[in-house]
Every structure is written in structure tokens, then in C-alpha cells.
Design a binder for this molecule. Structure first.
Ligand SMILES: Cc1cc2nc3c(=O)[nH]c(=O)nc-3n(C[C@H](O)[C@H](O)[C@H](O)COP(=O)(O)OP(=O)(O)OC[C@H]3O[C@@H](n4cnc5c(N)ncnc54)[C@H](O)[C@@H]3O)c2cc1C
Length: 398
């Protein structure tokens, strides 16, 4: 027999799980499917060792989803964003600029949490919502959009009639493919290593991007580990360089990463394994189709600079939640899917373009380009109103 639901979410990554919590808490009947069950322990094989810095505007969405009270106790606050240019002949900090959250608000810029812990808390929250059915191990196979509903076939052969399909199924989104929406991709020949470190000097809730070549080396505060200050690291470089770094014996790797960090937190000690992530920019030509919306990496992928990726996804969710609540009787109506595309696509395009420019500047190899980058940073930073506009734009608040 065919099942019916209000909303079917394809993808149980961090974005899809948050959407399931938020739309479930709003009272919709939700089914969320994902062929890969979530890994909810940090030590387990396949655990996502990245962290997510949730910026201020993402917090109301997490509150609406009933998630923030679960996440806050595990989060490290980010009070200052520091940008260091270490592009001179030696890998030393030659220019340091600090953006302090107190310049624009009473609250920190954001809060940082490990992705595996997000999944653990999100799955626990879903268990509290009787109107949400989370089905790990089953995927989206195909769909047929009709006037009054969409008919989705799952990988186990079941059919589900739903008013709205949400594609939150990642950068190769099967939903995007099924509705024939193309995406433009920029490849940089770049990868990222993500891992956690301990250090002797306290981070003082300062998040730091160190720019030299190959992309930024970013340290984001974590709560203390075993009584020592700890940070999450994302280290971007060319593909071959990342392969070399990932294969280095731990002592040699620790020495290289301490040098690459310009020594700002003292010697860095590796706490986890090193996970490798490919870096691209990508944007879907449209963010909706008949009875369908695309969100998160199914719609947009950016290099991890300025903690934009998942925060853009939660901005997608905030818009969708609002539209769905205003069309409770039919959350997949054309009025919803069209308004969602109009509200998000230009904004997403602007962010993908902006982050692409920042990433190219950070990759600069030649001394001339690196000097130009340092001068640009100096100029942007020097006037307080420009600095405040930049900080607000980074957060996504106006
Ligand atoms: C190194 C690194 C650091 C980052 N740091 C930050 C940060 O600090 N702040 C920030 O905001 N963002 C950050 N990001 C970006 C952020 O991690 C991503 O935006 C986010 O994890 C992507 O989530 P997603 O749910 O869209 O995609 P995914 O996590 O890829 O989830 C997609 C899901 O869809 C599932 N799927 C695939 N096929 C099917 C199918 N047929 N049916 C159903 N489901 C399917 C997959 O199994 C997967 O679970 C970072 C990214 C990287 C690479």
C-alpha cells in the first residue's frame, strides 16, 4: 500500500536531519531517508571529524527545531575572528587583524560543535517527534511530480505520496538529478584535511585563519580535551600536498602543522585521525522544481572559509520553514517552491562568488599576489564602518 506524508526529505546529513527536526517540530508529517546510517560516535569508523561553527543567525532555526538546548552545552563560543597573513618569505605572521564580535553585538559570532555530535543529538531529537519517521538504510530512487503531490519511489521499492520533496542529499543530489536541474561546478585542484589538536596556549575563544598559500589553515576553538585547550583544524592545500601531509608520520606532521600555524597556539598535538575532503564550489541552476526544493549542498557547495556552508543551509531552512507554515495545507504548492527559489538563489549566488574570490586569494602562490592580498586585508580592515559591514555580511545579518 502507498504511504502518504506532507514532506519527504532525501538526505540525513546534518542539513537533512536539521530540516526533519524543524519541520517535524512545526507539526508536519515528515519522512527522512538516507541509504547511509549516521555515525554518532567520535571514535567510530566513518565518523565525521569536521566541526561546524554555527553563526548567530542559525541559532533561532536550531531553537525552532528543539535542538539548541541539546547542543549548547557542548559548544565552544567564538568571540573573535582573527585573520593572519603569513605570505612573506618565512611562514611567520606578518599581518594580524582581529574582528571582535563586541563591535557589532552583545553575543559571540558563533558556536563550534563536532559534526558527529550534531548527528547524535539530531537523531535523539527525532526520536521525540512521533510525526517524523527517520529511515536510515533506505534511499530516494526516483520521483514523479504531479499536480497535487509527488510520487516518490524508495530504494526498497516502497512508494510514498508527498506534498513536498526536499533534496538535502548532498553535492551529487539524486533529487536534483531526478528533476533535471543542472549545476555549475568550479574545481580548484584543492583538498582539505580536517582533524582536532591540543595546544598549550589557550585559544581565548578566538578563531584564526592563517593565509600563506594553497588555501587557509583554520583553527576553530573546541571545549578543552583532557584538561588541555583544543581546536578543530581545517588545512587546505593542493591535492598532492594534502596526500603527502595525510601520509606523514605523526611527529613530522605535528612539526609541519605547528610551522603552518605560525606557532600562534604553541606546539600543536594531533588528537584525532586526519580526514580528507575534496574542495569545490558548486551552485544549482535553480533551487526548486515542481513539488521540490533543493537545500544545502544539493543546491550550493562552497570551500570551508568563514564558516559559510552549513549556515547558508540553515538560512535555506529558515525561509522554507516560514513558507511552509504559511501554506500549512500544502507545503509543496507552487507558491512555496517558487517563493523559495526567489528568496534564496541570488543570495546564494552572491555568497558562492564571494567565497570563490576569497579562496583564490588564499591559494596565491607568487609573492606579488600574496603582497596584494595582505594590502587588501589591511585596506578592508582599516575603517571601522567597512569592518562592521564585513562582519555583518559574514554572519548573514544586515
Ligand atoms: C573541511 C570542511 C569544513 C567545514 N566547516 C564548516 C563550518 O565550520 N561551518 C559551516 O557552516 N559549514 C562547514 N562546512 C560545510 C558543511 O560541512 C556542509 O555544508 C555540510 O556538512 C553538508 O551537509 P549536507 O547535509 O548538505 O550534505 P551531506 O553531509 O553530504 O549529506 C547528504 C546526505 O545525503 C545522503 N544521500 C546520498 N544519496 C542519497 C539518496 N539516494 N537518498 C537519500 N539520501 C541520500 C548521503 O548519504 C548523505 O548523508 C565544512 C565543509 C568541509 C569540507
Amino acid at each position: 500500500m502507498r504511504e502518504t506524508t506532507d514532506i519527504l526529505i532525501s538526505g540525513g546529513g546534518v542539513a537533512g536531519l536539521t530540516a526533519a527536526c524543524a519541520l517535524g517540530a512545526a507539526g508536519f508529517r515528515v519522512i527522512c531517508v538516507d541509504p547511509t546510517p549516521p555515525v554518532t560516535e567520535g571514535e567510530a569508523e566513518g565518523a565525521d571529524l569536521r566541526t561546524t561553527a554555527f553563526l548567530q543567525p542559525s541559532i533561532p532555526v536550531l531553537e525552532a527545531a528543539g535542538l539548541w538546548s541539546r547542543l549548547e552545552p557542548h559548544a565552544a563560543a567564538l568571540q573573535v575572528m582573527r585573520i593572519i597573513d603569513a605570505g612573506g618569505p618565512e611562514p611567520e605572521a606578518r599581518l594580524t587583524k582581529e574582528f571582535d564580535a563586541t563591535d557589532i553585538s552583545d553575543a559571540p559570532f558563533g558556536w563550534n560543535l563536532p559534526n558527529w555530535l550534531l548527528r547524535r543529538e539530531m537523531v535523539a531529537r527525532l526520536a521525540e517527534l512521533p510525526n517524523v519517521s527517520f529511515r536510515p538504510g533506505t534511499g530516494f530512487a526516483r520521483m514523479l511530480a504531479r499536480e497535487a503531490e509527488a510520487l516518490v519511489t524508495l530504494t526498497d521499492g516502497r512508494q510514498i505520496a508527498t506534498k513536498l520533496v526536499i533534496g538535502a542529499d548532498g553535492r551529487s543530489s539524486p533529487v536534483r538529478e531526478a528533476i533535471g536541474i543542472a549545476a555549475k561546478t568550479i574545481r580548484y585542484g584543492q583538498k582539505a584535511l580536517a582533524f582536532a589538536v591540543a595546544h598549550d596556549l589557550p585559544h581565548r575563544n578566538v578563531s584564526t585563519e592563517v593565509h600563506r598559500k594553497g588555501g587557509p589553515f583554520t583553527l576553530v576553538p573546541l571545549p578543552d580535551r583532557e584538561g588541555k585547550p583544543a581546536s578543530a583544524v581545517v588545512w587546505m592545500e593542493t591535492g598532492p600536498e594534502i596526500a603527502r601531509l595525510a601520509a606523514l608520520p605523526v611527529p613530522a606532521f605535528e612539526a609541519e602543522m605547528t610551522t603552518r600555524s605560525s606557532g600562534i597556539l604553541g606546539p600543536l598535538k594531533l588528537l584525532t585521525r586526519r580526514s580528507v575532503w575534496p574542495i569545490i564550489s558548486q551552485i544549482a541552476d535553480r533551487m526548486s522544481g515542481p513539488r521540490t526544493v533543493l537545500m544545502a549542498e544539493a543546491a550550493h557547495v562552497v570551500p570551508p572559509i568563514g564558516a559559510q556552508g552549513l549556515n547558508m543551509s540553515l538560512a535555506d531552512l529558515a525561509v522554507l520553514l516560514d513558507l511552509a507554515e504559511r501554506h500549512r495545507e500544502d507545503p509543496g504548492a507552487r507558491a512555496v517552491t517558487e517563493a523559495f527559489h526567489r528568496a534564496r538563489h541570488l543570495e546564494v549566488q552572491a555568497r558562492v562568488t564571494g567565497i570563490d574570490i576569497l579562496n583564490r586569494a588564499s591559494m596565491a602562490e607568487t609573492p606579488m599576489l600574496r603582497d596584494l592580498r595582505a594590502r587588501g586585508l589591511e585596506a578592508l580592515y582599516s575603517t571601522r564602518p567597512v569592518r562592521q559591514v564585513l562582519m555583518r555580511a559574514g554572519l548573514g545579518v544586515r
